[in-house]
Design a protein around this ligand. Sequence first.
Ligand code: MOS
Length: 689
Amino acid sequence: MGADPVRLEGRDKVTGTARYAYEYPVSEALYAWPVASPFTKGRLTLVNPDEALAARGVLAVLWHSNAYRLQSRENEELYLLQEPTIAYRGQFVALVVADTLEAARHGADLVVLEADTQPHDAVLTDRHPGLYRPVRVNGGFQSDTAVGDFDAGMAGAAVRVDERYETPAEHNNPMEPHASIAWWDGDELTVYDSTQYPTAVAEGLAGLFGIETQSVRVLAEHIGGGFGVKGGNPRPAVVLAAMAARHVGHPVKVALTRQHQFANVGYRTPTIQRVRLGADASGQLTAIGHDAISQSSEVQEFAEQTAVLTRWMYAGPHRRTTHRLVRLDVPTPAWMRAPGETPGSFALESALDELAMAGGWDPVELRIRNDAELEPENGLRYSSRNLVACLREGARRFGWERRDPRPRAHRDGDWLIGTGMASSSLQARAQPSTATVRAHPDGHFHVLVNAVDIGTGARTALWQIAVDELGVAPERVRISIGDSSIGRAQGAGGSLGTASWGWAVTKACRELCEQLKRDHRGSVPAAGLEVSADTTADLKTLQPYARYSFGAQFCQVRVDLDTGEVRVDRMLGAFAAGRIVNPRMARSQLIGAMTMGMSMALLEEGVLDTQYGAYVNRDFATYHIAACADVPAIETYLMDEEDTHLNPMGVKGVGELGIVGAAAAVANAVYHATGVRVRELPIRLDKLL
Ligand code: MOS
């Protein structure tokens, strides 16, 4: 650990030999193409498959009257093709199976649909009559919290900020869209699936098809990105593939298009947030309030935990956070990189910048002054909290002291130059996992863990952990991941993969070494030796600590005086995330996440067409994502941090931390450059003129 070998599968990926879900050769496979509802809300009155079935190559059309009856309704989103109800435009209402992809796609165009439609309501507002307080928000957090007397704290403050911030719908866009191949052998189901969470896919499919989890095998060797949208549970593509395979008695392939990716798999909810901050004359926060509104669909509740990070970021005696939700006629939102913290930190960290301006304080110093000794709302000790170290080190490396704090103070020809900063943080968690390690008499070891590498380098990090624990030459250790038959394991999400899987790998390796020493005098018996470990019980022994990673982000932008064009010159992040298993890949994760945050600040916006109740920009021509030319010099600095209260490796996770606060750092820099405070992302040039 701590060395930075290149990815084990790097060569396979860049030479095109790594296989992704859709690419496996499966004999006699057929192809399915989903039919999306052209209606926004209502009830199908007719699905006429005749013309489709008459087309060359088309073998079957599935819809609510003939599709396999799913056995579970636990997840309404996956209750596909069961009912004539239409809850949002683009919802999958039928599936065409054919002998080629092209025939299936053509067939899907020929399915005739009629519906009784109703007026829809797809617009999120802070006055929507349907707003309600969810029982809990995602992550199991309380919707609302209150500590002290917030109103009194605000009233007594010397300096106040009370502002509204908005973030738009944002769409996860992994390079590889969702794809699956499914086939049945009696009641045994096998799928290749582009997923972040094979264990959840196996369990979810078992429930949907009324079979044992052991009867489902999910294979996920290489995944072309996810950002959350392939996490949590089975996603529609794999369910449709399994339904179709059952229907036609053949293996079936389903690949969603980039366009589907915008309507059928999840996206980050738009948010409307109000942040209120009150500080005394010295810049000590007295009151911290964060009220967040987001949307879900009529299909099911998804409650973004937008204001949750405000509960642990800064000290302050009087506090309140609330979440309200409204169910609209829109697709169901889902996880997107650092869900909750990402939109929440934009509002909170922008508001702190506004407070710094209002009070005449340096933004870095203001955050340092409000560092928390104990987690402010529950009084827990932090397992480690090095926000201040990140702020100081980041400021030093960035050259923050050269800054004139006044807006529009720096100029370079026709460009206004500005700098801004924000804090980052994310929960550091772990979930139970299993792992197995085999010692072979020839001196080789094989580690098996049902982890997934969605491009993070997880496979390599876990291999490094195993090599260290086994204390042998790296070439003697090989690792297998991405196969539900290996055993239960956490998914690749919540930045808790390395902590969760690595813990199980560590435990299995330690037990193997112990058994070798104790029972076999240190040498591997001729029959080999295999040890499996499960960390479920170990996780229960964790002491109550507040466990978070922290970071500080700095950004320099230039804004064209005449056009309002914003270019990011430079970003720098200093992060404290426990032990870093592989600095090369940790840096890559952080740089990727900072880039995504910059993209969020300046470019990404799902545009709702209110007439049709649908997000209309559905490709990279219309939904803009930072491209290489937009990405400036991004530097990351990883602090040394030893934390013994986490897991045997002392890791916190780095997948999401880098996006938290990144958009606020950019927005704060734009304010510093121009004097214009943009509180509704993205910061398009028209908002600066
Ligand atoms: Mo991530 S949004 O936890 O996959």
